[in-house]
Design a protein around this ligand. Structure first.
Ligand code: MG
Length: 162
């Protein structure tokens, strides 16, 4: 019996919150008076997503492909990098079945932006938006996430060999 080549992946990322600046989550700029520190646009949700896809395909992580020492990636849109990650896994013969991203942060409320976020990710991954999960939870005011010092995101995905 030949089993289908289906792979699961897990990604995690954290970025420091800084006053001012801009907050970009899944390619959507959310006005809230603070932003995330990072070399690219610091889109913490897309970073967790990219690492989950790369991990599922058995490829090295985003730090390997898009090092923060490389000026080409300064301020770059992570949604653009996500398109590059799709190319990397497609080169290994994989396509995306679904992804499920959770943001862990006390604020802001992101669910009003979820449809636009889903659309951006779906477009970059060439799948229907129904295959993209966008969720959020707080850290119950505990630890660095609870104190609003940073934002974290975790993502799982399923990919399959075409
Ligand atoms: Mg990151």
């Amino acid at each position: 019996m030949t089993l289908p080549d289906i792979r699961t992946g897990l990604g995690y990322d954290v970025h420091r919150i800084i006053p001012g600046g801009k907050l970009v989550l899944c390619g959507v700029q959310i006005p809230c008076g603070f932003g995330l520190d990072g070399h690219s646009d610091a889109d913490v949700m897309v970073h967790a997503l990219m690492d989950s896809l790369l991990g599922a395909a058995g490829l090295p992580d985003i730090g390997f492909h898009f090092p923060n020492t490389d000026d080409r990636f300064r301020g770059i849109s992570s949604i653009v990098l996500l398109g590059e990650v799709l190319k990397l896994i497609a080169a290994e013969g994989f396509a995306v079945m679904n992804v499920d991203i959770t943001l862990i942060s006390e604020r802001p409320k992101i669910m009003p932006h979820a449809p636009a976020m889903k659309m951006n990710v779906a477009k970059s991954l060439d799948v229907d938006p129904s295959r993209i999960g966008i969720k959020a939870t707080t850290n119950e005011k505990l630890g660095f996430l609870g104190r609003g010092e940073g934002m974290a995101a975790i993502c799982s995905c399923l990919i399959y060999k075409k």
